[in-house]
Design a protein. Structure first.
Length: 287
C-alpha cells in the first residue's frame, strides 16, 4: 500500500536528533512516512531516529543533500571520493533506520550549471557512472536502493529528464538503481508528466509530490489525476512524499529560490496536500 508523507525540510534544516519530535507531529498530521534529509550526518543518531519512527508508527525515507563538497562527478578525484563516501554514509543511515532507499540528485552538486562541450559533458557523466556504480554495489549489500532524482535545468546541467535519468541508471547498472521523480521538476522539463512516469515504469523507486510552485498538491495546475493514474498504471508501490520548504529557513529558501510563503503554515500545506493526494489516489484506483 502506498505510503504518503512529508519532508522535514518543511519544518527544520539541518535535520538532527533535536527534531525527532517531527515523527509524532507528522503522524498527527496524517503522514505515513517522514523524509529526513541528511545534511549534516554528525547531527543524526540512527538508533534515536529508529526509536522515534517505531514509537510514532511513521516510517522513514532518507534523502541526501548534495553540495559542492559532495560531487561524485567533479573533475577533482578528492571531491568525487568525498561524494562517494557521503552517499555510502547515507546508505548506512538508511539501512539502520529502515528506509528502503537513499534518494536525491546524487550524480552532481546541486546548482552546478555549466556550458560544456559534448565531450566534456560525457566525461562528467562517466565520472558520475563510475562513482555511483561503486555506491550501488555497496548499497546492494545493505539491501538499500538508490533513487536518483532528475532536476530542472536551473538546478543542474547533467540530468533533467526521465529519459536522461534512465540512461544514467542503465549505465550504472544494478537492480537497486532507479529514479526519484519529482513533479515540480517534471513540470518544467517533461512534455507530459503521465507519459514520463509510464516511461520510467519499474525504475520509479520514490516519488515527490509537489505543486508547480512547490505548494500543496492540488493547489496549482499539476494534473494530479493524470499523475496518479500513471503511477497506478505502473503499479507503483512506494512512498509519495510532499517535498516543500519554508521561507523561514533562510539558507534552504535561498537555495531553492523560495521568496514567499506557499501556504498558511507548513502544517496546513501538509494537511491539505495529503487530503488532495488521498482523494486523487481514490479516483485513480476506481477508474
Amino acid at each position: 500500500m502506498t505510503q504518503l508523507g512529508a519532508s522535514t525540510y518543511l519544518w527544520a534544516s539541518p535535520f538532527g536528533d533535536a527534531h525527532l519530535d517531527l515523527f509524532a507531529h507528522a503522524g498527527e498530521l496524517g503522514c505515513d512516512v517522514l523524509e529526513i534529509c541528511i545534511e549534516d550526518p554528525s547531527l543524526v543518531t540512527t538508533a534515536a531516529v529508529h526509536a522515534a519512527s517505531e514509537s510514532s508508527g511513521v516510517a522513514v525515507s532518507v534523502c541526501g543533500a548534495f553540495g559542492p563538497e559532495r560531487d561524485v562527478s567533479h573533475d577533482d578525484p578528492a571531491l568525487r571520493r568525498a561524494g562517494i563516501d557521503y552517499v555510502r554514509g547515507c546508505v548506512d543511515v538508511a539501512a539502520a533506520v529502515g528506509s528502503p532507499h537513499v534518494a536525491g540528485p546524487m550524480y552532481s552538486a546541486t546548482g552546478k550549471t555549466r556550458l560544456l562541450s559534448p565531450s566534456e559533458r560525457e566525461r562528467q557523466r562517466g565520472w558520475a557512472v563510475e562513482s555511483l556504480a561503486e555506491v550501488a554495489e555497496y548499497a546492494a549489500g545493505r539491501d538499500v536502493r538508490l533513487a536518483i532524482e532528475p532536476l530542472n535545468r536551473f538546478e543542474t546541467d547533467l540530468v533533467n529528464t526521465v529519459e536522461q535519468g534512465l540512461d544514467l541508471c542503465e549505465r550504472i547498472g544494478g537492480a537497486n538503481v532507479g529514479l526519484l521523480l519529482d513533479t515540480f521538476h517534471m513540470n518544467i522539463e517533461e512534455r507530459s508528466l503521465p507519459d514520463a512516469i509510464r516511461l520510467a515504469g519499474g525504475r520509479v523507486f520514490h516519488f515527490h509530490a509537489c505543486e508547480n510552485d512547490r505548494g500543496a498538491p492540488g493547489s496549482g495546475h499539476i494534473d494530479w489525476d493524470g499523475v496518479l493514474a500513471a503511477l497506478a498504471d505502473i503499479d507503483y508501490p512506494g512512498q509519495i512524499v510532499i517535498e516543500s520548504f519554508s521561507p523561514e529557513i533562510q539558507e534552504i529558501a535561498r537555495a531553492v529560490s523560495l521568496w514567499r510563503p506557499l501556504a498558511e503554515s507548513p502544517d496546513a500545506l501538509v494537511r491539505d496536500g495529503l487530503a488532495s493526494l488521498r482523494r486523487g489516489l481514490g479516483r485513480a484506483q476506481n477508474r
